[in-house]
Structures are given as structure tokens and as C-alpha cells.
Design a protein around this ligand. Structure first.
Ligand code: KIV
Ligand code: ZN
Length: 528
């Protein structure tokens, strides 16, 4: 067997501090910009807590000028993070920078990340500014940020489509004005790994002072090259990678954190770098982000997908049983997938349930745990076999409803050929129980009409999807719902053995997020 490809090298080589790659997570900022991926305040804190514990170096917690909600989230995360640097994003304006400075005020270690578009397209069409005007804003914004904090990151937005001479000029100016990290975004996911490598090398060769600051990558995945480009950047000399859990982010998303971390860890033979991320927490982080954003992780997603360590074909199963390295380049445990498979049923107690959740990558807080346990018991009473997938659906749904203002309390539906299909629904809204009866064109329509009567709104139902969590007619139905209202897009998820109950819960979860988003955008600034 080729020794260099071994999963566990006999003796790990000493780590050179020069090869340490900083992991900058922007799930809560770039990730949250993804349509429909809104997180509530509580959800953001939960995600930040996991990222901090997982060893992420920098957490970009939000864009403080965007809304009061964003400001509060960044400021609370700044207070709670024990080791991660907490970063707030700001455009090249004093208002943005001062607001970001205020938001990170309580951080043990805080950073301001300021940016401006530098490419001809951005200068001309988005900003309507000349080269000189953009240059002046770079100097002014970095100087302002540097007066507020010692840790300043500056980004040349759309760097990969910026003229090299001009890019060198603005980067040099940003360094002179005090930037300690220079980010080179591939904002539109256009670059290839060779190009991106050459771009970082070009900056290192041409810009005075470039070797004294940290160079950062920020690659979008429009061509599916975000991770490859980020790694190419590191090989060229970058030492910070900006990424998101599950690759969440604008359009096709950002480089996936779990992929860059495991690529670096697994291929130390050709990439002698290291990060401080505790990789066994990757699955937990992935599940949490998927649950709170209602963005499912595709089954075959690298590292954290349900099938990432599943071996279906006989030949593969035979090989893995004989020697796991035949078909596994990293161990499931190294990313948080547990081998141990406890069988769960109605006699399982709290301790077994907690252990099972841990195996599955969840470590909920006490309230979330109790809620999940109660629902697990109820499910186990109704369903003969409770599979891992059932528990995952149940916990994900619970996480998605954390801190919600409204819940479905009772649903009674009359369905069948005779009609009219009728739904009698009781919901708790801000602590008050309300009941209505509504009819509709089918039981789902009747249920959604009842919700609309209780919570009047104009949102359009863009997606209604039902998925059986496991096999069998007693399987839980997992329902996803997407609502859109005036450009605001939200998603909700519900799981239950009764499809109509899951549908109601999914719709209400989405609606709840829409209310939060309405408040959030009431005072919002233009998006990045
Ligand atoms: O993609 C991008 O260029 C950004 C910047 C704000 C860094 O997200
Ligand atoms: Zn971005």
C-alpha cells in the first residue's frame, strides 16, 4: 500500500507555525445572505458557540449596519466567544465602520472587516466611482477601522476580475493604512485554481509589505471550484481561508469549511498545512446549520453527507470490513460520524437518548434536549422502529423551532372523497391559544388556510415538499415549505408520522421566520 496515502501516518511530523492556516467562518454573514437561510438571534448564538468550541479562528458574525438584529447578534456573539476572534463586516463608509466597531466592542478579540469593489465592473456599474475615488475610500476606510481596532481586514471585492496593476496599488495602500489581513475574494466564483494561485503569487511578488500581513482567500462556488481555489491560494502563500459550514452562501455558496479542513488534514503529504479545527465536531456543526437554516445537506455531500461514509456495493463493503483504508481515506470518527449504533425504542431512557444524539452529532442545550426527548418518547409510542433518521428529523425540527413565537398545538382534519376537507387548528401565538376552522381544496390546503386565518399574510407558497424519513407506512414525513414575500424568502421544516401535522409545523416555522425577517428588514440598509 502507498504509505503517503495512509489514513494514520505512523508519526505525525512536527507542525511548522508558518504552515498554520487560519479558518475564518462566514456562515453567519455570507452564509446567511443565501436566500431563505435566515437565522434567528438565538440560532446565531447557538451556531457561534459551536464554531468557537470547534476551534474556528475567526467568526464573521454579521453585518452590523444591516439591521438592529444583525448588530445585536454580532455584539452578543462578541461577548460569548471564548477563543475565536469575532468579526463585523462594514462597507467603505464611516457609518458602517463605526457601527461594526461598536458591535465588536465587548469581544475578547474583535476584528473589523471592511471592503469595496475594485474591479472595473464594480467601480463603474455598482459604485459609479473612478479608480482614484475607490483608492481614496480604501485609505479612508482602513484608517478609520484601524483607529478603532488593531485587527483590520480589508477585502478587494471582485479581486479576481480586477486589473493587476490597480489591485497591487489598492492592496499596498490598504496595508500602509493599517490592514493586518488582506482578503482576495473570488466574489463571482470565476477563477480557476491555477489563476487563483498565480494571483496570490503575483500579489506576494509585487506588493511591498504583503509578506508581513495575512493573505486570505474568499472563494465562491459558482463553478464548483471554491475549495480547490482556496487550497491553491494557500499553496501560493495565503494563510487564511474564508468558508462556511455546508458551503452555505450567496448563489452557489462559499468554500465549504468541512471540505477545506479535511482536505488539509487528509492530504498532509502534499499540503503540509494545519488548522486548529477539531474535526470530530464537523458533523455536529453541519447538522446544526442545516437544521436552523432548513437547508438540507445533499446525501452525497463530501465529508458530512449521509452517504459520505456509506458503502453500498458488495465489493466496497467487503473491502471496508477487511481493512477500512481500502475504501476510506479518512475515518468516519475523524469528522464526527460514530460507528456505535445504539438501538432506540420506547424503553430507552434519557442517558441512552443523549448518547444517541451525541453519536449522531448533536449536543443540544438542556431545553432543546428535553423537548427532543419528549417528542422521541411520543414517536416511540407510535412507531415500532425508531431509526437514526427519525431521531435526526425530530431534533432538526426542534432546533428549527427554537425561540419561535408561534406553535401548532392541535390539528384535526377531515379528509377523503366526500369533502369539503376541513381543518380545525389551534395555535399558540405569543403565548395566547387561538382556534379556527377552515376548508380548502384538499386537507393540506385546508390546513394552510387555517394558518392564514390565524396569521394573516400575503406570502406566496413557493415550495411544498414531502419526504419520507424512513421506509414503511408508519414513517415520519418530513415537510419543507418555502414562503416568499416582497423579496424575502424563508423556509420551514416539520417532521411527524402525520403528514398534515408536519405540513402545518413546516408552514408555521417558515411564517415565524418571515415575521422575524420583516422586523429585521424594517430598518435594513442595502445588501452587500
Ligand atoms: O464575496 C465577496 O466578495 C464578499 C466580500 C464582502 C468579502 O463576500
Ligand atoms: Zn462572499
Amino acid at each position: 500500500m502507498n504509505e503517503t496515502a495512509s489514513v494514520a501516518p505512523a508519526a505525525a511530523p512536527a507542525k511548522n507555525p508558518k504552515d498554520r492556516v487560519l479558518i475564518f467562518d462566514t456562515t453567519l454573514r455570507d452564509g446567511e445572505q443565501c436566500p431563505g437561510a435566515t437565522m434567528t438571534f438565538e440560532e446565531k448564538l447557538q451556531v457561534a458557540e459551536v464554531l468557537d468550541e470547534m476551534g474556528v479562528d475567526i467568526i464573521e458574525a454579521g453585518f452590523p449596519i444591516a439591521s438592529d438584529g444583525d448588530f445585536e447578534a454580532v455584539s452578543e456573539i462578541a461577548k460569548l466567544c471564548k477563543t475565536s476572534v469575532v468579526c463585523g463586516l462594514a462597507r467603505a463608509s464611516f457609518g458602517d465602520i463605526d457601527r461594526a466597531a461598536d458591535a465588536i466592542r465587548h469581544a475578547k478579540r474583535g476584528r473589523i472587516h471592511t471592503f469595496i469593489g475594485t474591479s472595473p465592473l464594480h467601480r463603474q456599474y455598482q459604485l459609479n466611482l473612478t479608480e482614484e475615488q475607490v483608492f481614496e475610500r480604501v485609505v479612508a476606510s482602513v484608517t478609520r477601522a484601524r483607529n478603532a481596532t488593531d485587527d483590520v481586514e480589508w477585502s478587494a471585492m471582485d479581486a479576481t476580475r480586477t486589473e493587476h496593476d490597480y489591485l497591487c496599488r489598492v492592496v499596498e495602500a490598504a496595508i500602509k493604512a493599517g490592514a493586518t489581513t488582506i482578503n482576495v475574494p473570488d466574489t463571482v466564483g470565476y477563477a480557476t485554481p491555477e489563476e487563483y494561485y498565480d494571483l496570490i503569487k503575483m500579489l506576494l511578488n509585487r506588493v511591498p509589505g504583503m509578506d508581513r500581513i495575512v493573505i486570505s482567500t474568499h472563494c465562491h462556488d459558482d463553478l464548483g471550484l471554491a475549495v480547490a481555489n482556496s487550497l491553491a491560494g494557500v499553496r501560493a502563500g495565503a494563510r487564511q481561508i474564508e468558508c462556511t459550514i455546508n458551503g452555505l452562501g450567496e448563489r452557489a455558496g462559499n468554500a465549504a469549511l468541512e471540505e477545506v479542513v479535511m482536505a488539509i488534514k487528509t492530504r498532509g503529504d502534499i499540503m503540509p498545512f494545519h488548522t486548529a479545527v477539531k474535526s470530530p465536531m464537523l458533523l455536529q456543526a453541519s447538522k446544526l446549520v442545516s437544521a436552523v437554516t432548513n437547508f438540507p445537506v445533499q446525501y452525497n455531500k463530501a465529508i458530512v453527507g449521509r452517504n459520505a461514509f456509506a458503502h453500498e456495493s458488495g465489493i466496497h463493503q467487503d473491502g471496508v470490513m477487511k481493512h477500512s483504508e481500502t475504501y476510506e481515506i479518512m475515518t468516519p470518527e475523524s469528522v464526527g460520524v460514530a460507528k456505535n449504533s445504539l438501538v432506540m425504542g420506547k424503553h430507552s431512557g434519557r442517558a441512552a437518548f443523549r448518547a444517541k444524539l451525541k453519536d449522531l452529532g448533536y449536543e443540544p442545550g438542556e431545553n432543546a434536549f428535553e423537548d427532543a426527548f419528549t417528542r422521541f418518547k411520543a414517536l416511540a409510542d407510535r412507531k415500532k422502529h425508531v431509526y437514526d433518521e427519525d431521531i435526526e428529523a425530530l431534533v432538526d425540527e426542534g432546533l428549527a423551532h427554537l425561540g419561535s413565537r408561534m406553535t401548532v398545538k392541535e390539528l384535526y382534519v377531515v379528509a377523503g372523497t366526500r369533502g369539503p376537507q376541513t381543518a380545525t387548528l389551534t395555535m399558540e401565538i405569543d403565548g395566547v391559544l387561538k382556534t379556527v376552522e377552515a376548508t380548502g381544496n384538499g386537507p393540506v390546503d385546508a390546513t394552510f388556510n387555517a394558518i392564514r386565518q390565524l396569521v394573516p399574510h400575503d406570502a406566496v407558497l413557493e415550495l411544498y415538499q414531502v419526504h419520507a424519513v424512513t421506509e414503511g407506512t408508519d414513517a415520519q414525513a418530513e415537510v419543507s415549505v418555502r414562503l416568499a414575500e416582497k423579496g424575502r424568502v424563508v423556509t420551514g421544516r416539520g417532521a411527524d408520522t402525520d403528514t398534515l401535522v408536519s405540513s402545518a409545523r413546516a408552514y408555521v416555522a417558515a411564517l415565524d421566520k418571515l415575521m422575524v425577517k420583516r422586523q429585521k428588514t424594517a430598518h435594513a440598509q442595502p445588501a452587500v
